[in-house]
Design a protein around this ligand. Structure first.
Ligand code: PEP
Ligand code: MG
Length: 575
C-alpha cells in the first residue's frame, strides 16, 4: 500500500480506476524544411488531414447516436471544411514556395481563412471562423501525430489524474463518467478546486508526483476529505473505506434535512446562504441544496466554453435561464473576470510577467468597452425575468466604479431609447478582493449598493501568496489577522452606510470560519452549493451574541494558527 498526499479541494471518497489525462504540448518548428523534401512534407499534410477526417467521422457518428441529427450536423460541416480543396492548395503553396513545415503551413492557412470569414461581419460566417480554428488545431495535432485528448471521450467511470485541468477541461466532464480527480498543481482556492466543489466531485489538488507514479487502469482510493490517495489497496483497507463511504453518504443525508430551514441563530439573527455558480446548469444544484439565491455567478465560464465571444442574445439567454430557474431569489452576476489564470482563445491577451496583477477583469473591460457593454446589455435585458444584481470584480478605486457605473447608465439609456424593458432599480455592487478596496471601503460604500468579499484573491493579494501555488499553500491563510482585519473593516464600512456585505470567496463555505464571519456581522455567505447545509448547521447551533464574542476573541489573536485552533475547538465542543 502506498499513500500520496494532496490538498482537499472538494470532499468525498471514491474507489476506482485511474485515467491519466495529459495534454501533449505541440511545438511547431519555425525552421524551413530542406530543399527537395517538399513533396514528402505535403504528403505528411495529406496523411494528417485524412486522419483528422477519420477522427471527425467518429465524432460525427458518436454525436449522431447520442445527441441526434441536428447536433451531429455540425461535425459533418467540419468534415466539409477540412476537406476543402482551397485549404489543400494553400498548404501546398506554403510548403513548396515558403518551405514551411506541414504543421506551420496548415496552421497559417486555417488562421488566414478564419480571419477572412471573421471579417465578413456575418454571425454565421463568424461561427464558421471559430470552427475553422478548432479544426485547425485538430489538423495540426494529426499531422504531428500527437493525440488531442478530451475528457468528453471518457467511456467508463474513472478517477482522473492530471497535472492540471483547465476550466474548459472541467467543462467537458460528464459526472456519470468521472468519479473524482486529482491534480498535481493548485491550491484550495485555485479554479480547478472551485469547479470540483461546484461539480460535487471528490477532488485533490497539489498532489505532487502522482502523474508520474500512477498508470491508466490502476485501482486507487481517492480520499478527498482527508487529502490522500491510496494505491495497492489491501482487503482491510478496502472494507475500512467502504464503511467510510457509507458514513459520508449517511452524513450527507442528515444535512439534507436542513435544506428548507432558515440560516438563523438560536436568538433569531438571520443571514442569507447563497450559492456560487459557474454556468446556468449549476442552478439545479444550488436549489437542491437550499440556496437562498446566487451570490456569485462567475460569468467568464460562459465566455470560456465557446470558440468565440458569446453575443448579446446568447448571454441574455444564459442570464435569463438562471433568473427563471432560481425562481424569484436574488442573483449576483459578476461581470467577466478574465485574465489572471483564465484566458480566452479568441482574445489576444498580452504575455505578462504578473498576469494576476495585470490586464484582467474590469481593467480589460474598461480598455475594450464593447465587451462589457454587450454584457451589461444582456444582464439588463435579462433583469426583467428575476432579481438580478450587477457586480464588478477587481476594483481598486472610486474612479473605476464611477466609470463602470456611467457605462451602466449609458446602456440603460440606449435600451430605453430602443424600447427594451429592464429593471431600472437594478443594484450595482463590487467585489472587495484587493487590499486597496478593503482599506478604502468606507469611501467605496458610498458609491455602491453592496459589497461581496472575494477572499480568494483578497488573501492572495494581502499576503502576497499565489493562491494556486501548492509549494506555498501553507502560507495561504485566509484567517491571517491581516485578512480578518480587512474583512472587519469592510463589513463595518458597509453597515455604517446602511449597505450590506456578502462574501463569495471560499472562506464563506469554510465551516471553521462560519462563526467568526457571523460574529463580524457578515450578511450573506455565498459558497459551493454542497457546503450550504454544513454551514447552516453551525449557524443554527449558536446565538448571535456567542458568535460576536468568539469573533472578538479571534481578532485579538496574533496568528492564523491560533485563530484556527480557537475556532476549531469551539466547533468541536458544539458537536
Ligand atoms: C475571490 O477572489 O474570492 C472570488 C470569489 O473570485 P474568483 O475566485 O473567481 O477569483
Ligand atoms: Mg477573485
Amino acid at each position: 500500500m502506498k499513500t500520496y498526499k494532496g490538498i482537499s479541494a472538494s470532499p468525498g471518497i471514491v474507489i476506482g480506476k485511474v485515467f491519466v489525462f495529459k495534454h501533449q504540448k505541440l511545438e511547431i518548428s519555425d525552421y524551413p524544411i530542406e530543399c527537395g523534401s517538399e513533396e514528402k512534407e505535403f504528403q505528411r499534410f495529406i496523411k494528417g488531414r485524412d486522419l483528422a477526417i477519420e477522427q471527425l467521422n467518429c465524432v460525427y457518428n458518436k454525436a449522431l447516436s447520442t445527441l441526434g441529427e441536428d447536433e451531429a450536423e455540425i461535425f459533418e460541416g467540419h468534415i466539409e471544411l477540412i476537406s476543402d480543396e482551397d485549404i489543400e492548395d494553400g498548404v501546398k503553396d506554403l510548403i513548396f514556395s515558403k518551405k514551411m513545415c506541414a504543421e506551420k503551413a496548415a496552421t497559417q492557412v486555417m488562421e488566414e481563412n478564419a480571419k477572412d470569414m471573421e471579417s465578413l461581419d456575418n454571425p454565421y460566417m463568424q461561427e464558421r471562423a471559430a470552427d475553422l480554428r478548432d479544426i485547425g488545431k485538430r489538423l495540426t495535432y494529426c499531422i504531428a501525430g500527437v493525440s488531442l485528448m478530451s475528457l468528453a471521450d471518457i467511456e467508463e467511470p474513472v478517477i482522473i489524474i492530471a497535472e492540471d485541468l483547465t476550466p474548459s477541461d472541467t467543462a467537458q466532464i460528464d459526472k456519470d463518467k468521472v468519479l473524482g480527480f486529482a491534480c498535481e498543481v493548485g491550491g484550495s482556492t485555485s479554479h480547478v478546486a472551485i469547479m470540483a466543489r461546484t461539480l460535487e466531485l471528490p477532488a485533490l489538488v497539489g498532489c505532487s508526483s502522482v502523474l508520474h507514479e500512477l498508470n491508466n487502469g490502476d485501482e486507487i482510493i481517492l480520499d478527498a476529505s482527508m487529502g490522500k490517495i491510496i494505491t495497492d489497496i489491501d482487503e482491510d483497507t478496502r472494507s475500512e473505506y467502504l464503511n467510510k463511504i457509507k458514513a459520508f453518504f449517511d452524513n450527507k443525508k442528515t444535512l439534507e434535512a436542513l435544506k428548507d430551514l432558515p440560516a438563523e441563530t438560536l436568538d433569531g439573527h438571520r443571514v442569507e446562504l447563497c450559492a456560487n455558480i459557474g454556468t446556468d446548469r449549476d442552478v439545479e444544484g444550488a436549489i437542491k441544496h437550499g440556496a437562498e439565491g446566487v451570490g456569485l455567478y462567475r460569468t467568464e465560464f460562459l465566455f470560456m466554453d465557446k470558440p468565440q465571444m458569446p453575443c448579446e442574445d446568447v448571454q441574455m439567454e444564459a442570464y435569463r435561464n438562471v433568473a427563471q430557474a432560481i425562481d424569484g431569489r436574488g442573483i449576483i452576476i459578476r461581470t467577466i473576470d478574465i485574465g489572471g489564470d483564465k484566458s480566452l482563445e479568441y482574445l489576444d491577451f498580452p504575455k505578462e510577467l504578473n498576469p494576476f496583477l495585470g490586464w484582467r477583469a474590469i481593467r480589460m473591460c474598461l480598455d475594450t468597452p464593447d465587451i462589457i457593454i454587450t454584457q451589461l446589455r444582456a444582464i439588463l435585458r435579462a433583469s426583467v425575468y428575476g432579481k438580478l444584481r450587477i457586480m464588478f470584480p477587481m476594483i481598486i478605486s472610486v474612479k473605476e466604479i464611477r466609470k463602470l457605473k456611467s457605462l451602466v447608465e449609458e446602456v440603460k439609456a440606449s435600451l430605453k431609447s430602443e424600447g427594451i424593458p429592464f429593471d431600472e432599480n437594478i443594484e450595482v455592487g463590487i467585489m472587495i478582493e484587493t487590499p486597496a478596496s478593503a482599506v478604502i471601503a468606507p469611501i467605496l460604500a458610498k458609491e455602491v449598493d453592496f459589497f461581496s468579499i472575494g477572499t480568494n484573491d483578497l488573501t492572495q493579494y494581502t499576503l502576497a501568496v499565489d493562491r494556486g501555488n501548492e509549494k506555498i499553500a501553507e502560507l495561504y491563510q485566509p484567517m491571517h489577522p491581516a485578512v480578518l482585519t480587512l474583512i472587519k473593516n469592510v463589513i463595518d464600512a458597509s453597515h455604517a452606510e446602511g449597505k450590506w456585505t456578502g462574501m463569495c470567496g471560499e472562506l464563506a463555505g469554510n465551516e471553521i470560519a462560519t462563526l467568526l464571519l457571523l460574529g463580524l456581522g457578515l450578511d450573506e455567505f455565498s459558497m459551493s452549493a454542497s457546503s450550504i447545509s454544513r454551514v447552516k448547521k453551525i449557524i443554527r447551533s449558536v446565538s448571535y451574541s456567542q458568535a460576536k464574542e468568539l469573533s472578538e476573541k479571534a481578532l485579538s489573536m496574533s496568528t492564523a494558527d491560533e485563530i484556527v485552533e480557537l475556532l476549531n475547538n469551539y466547533i468541536l465542543n458544539l458537536e
